[in-house]
Design a protein around this ligand. Sequence first.
Ligand SMILES: Cc1cc2nc3c(=O)[nH]c(=O)nc-3n(C[C@H](O)[C@H](O)[C@H](O)COP(=O)(O)OP(=O)(O)OC[C@H]3O[C@@H](n4cnc5c(N)ncnc54)[C@H](O)[C@@H]3O)c2cc1C
Length: 400
Amino acid sequence: MSTAHTTGPAGTHHVLMLGAGYAGMAAATQLAARTRKADVRVTLVNAHERFTERLRLHLTATGQRVAELDIPTLLADTGAHFVRGWVTAVDAQARTVRIDDSRVLRYDTLVYGLGSVTDTAVVPGVEEHAYTLDGPSDATTLADRLARLGGGTVVVVGGGLTGVESAAEIAERHPELDVVLVGRQDPGARMTARARSHLRAALTRLGVQVISGTAVTKVLPDGVELAGARTIAADVVLWTAGTRVSPLAAAAGLTVDERGRVVTDATLRSVSHPDVYAIGDAAAIRQGYGVLHGTCQSGMPTGVPGPTSRPGRGVGRRLVRGHRHRHLPGRRAARHARRPGRDQRWSGPGVQRCGPRGRHHLPRHRRRWPRHRHPQRGQPRQAPSGRRRHHPPSPDGLSR
Ligand SMILES: Cc1cc2nc3c(=O)[nH]c(=O)nc-3n(C[C@H](O)[C@H](O)[C@H](O)COP(=O)(O)OP(=O)(O)OC[C@H]3O[C@@H](n4cnc5c(N)ncnc54)[C@H](O)[C@@H]3O)c2cc1C
């Protein structure tokens, strides 16, 4: 039988943070810095020691090397502690978290940031036949397959920005492959008309065939079936349409929305359990206009108390009370995450910050920041090594 234990001296307030994604890392480093002089211990639990840069997985999937970031190293000197393990249960009554079914950690305040993964259950055949981009090993498996193809068709399902980015990157890196992007809506449907037409033009230039307004009803071993029984033959199917969250929050009795995300108020606090906060993709954060969309760009600032935060009594207060979540544009969020002396390691060179997502769909050489606006001044992003094409100016002016 396992015994519940807290680490640190008696009387210490223990903040347990689950999930070291963009939101969890930002929250852990910020909270550890804010509570450095207080009797508070911050522990971050994650399945792996390696930080998964989801924003860069489509680069890995096309055989490009990205930095390997080690979470314990990123946390060094921040004051936050790291526990590697798979969270298997949360007991919100006993205020404990079970890890790997054998260890039990107690908490006083829980920060739930277990993120999301691709939903492979929506359509038959996805689980068996489609590739996904949920982690470095998925991305590497896809990269190996693409590299071995030498020709053929890749169908990318999902007209959201992950699908657009992936289709563009595959077309750019593998000109020998035919890339088809299939989605219910036009690529980047949530974007402005100008941005959408820019996406369309970029995809056309890259030779990506776009099929929108149609649903994929089944993934087959050698293609996809569309509504209306039409099929598209494919050597590879990449599924990017939709995400799901861990069932742990719902199982713990926290109030969750229809997708299983922890329902929070604007201070990120669970509406049902006041000692639980939720951040990032795992949270359904109510805003005036509705629920915050799950992206790094909106999720990372949830872990970064903004300028409206005021120090106060108690850990929860230091984390988010007094902070009403405001949607910070990516670069502002990155600046918050980069306060000198706080979390430089976490936000140091190599970490992909969430930028305006619109530019990530583009091939790398089109995404460079203007030198004077680059988040790490003096270190402009690397020039591309791949095939060059002529590109007219982009409408956002950032990717020149
Ligand atoms: C290819 C791709 C490109 C993207 N590009 C962009 C972009 O350009 N801009 C943008 O804003 N968003 C982008 N997104 C979305 C963005 O990556 C997510 O919104 C963001 O990662 C969410 O951050 P998070 O911290 O909430 O969760 P995650 O990054 O998902 O992190 C959750 C962490 O929890 C860990 N975890 C989960 N379950 C358990 C468990 N039971 N036990 C222990 N650990 C666990 C996971 O291993 C992970 O480390 C992209 C996504 C993909 C897949």
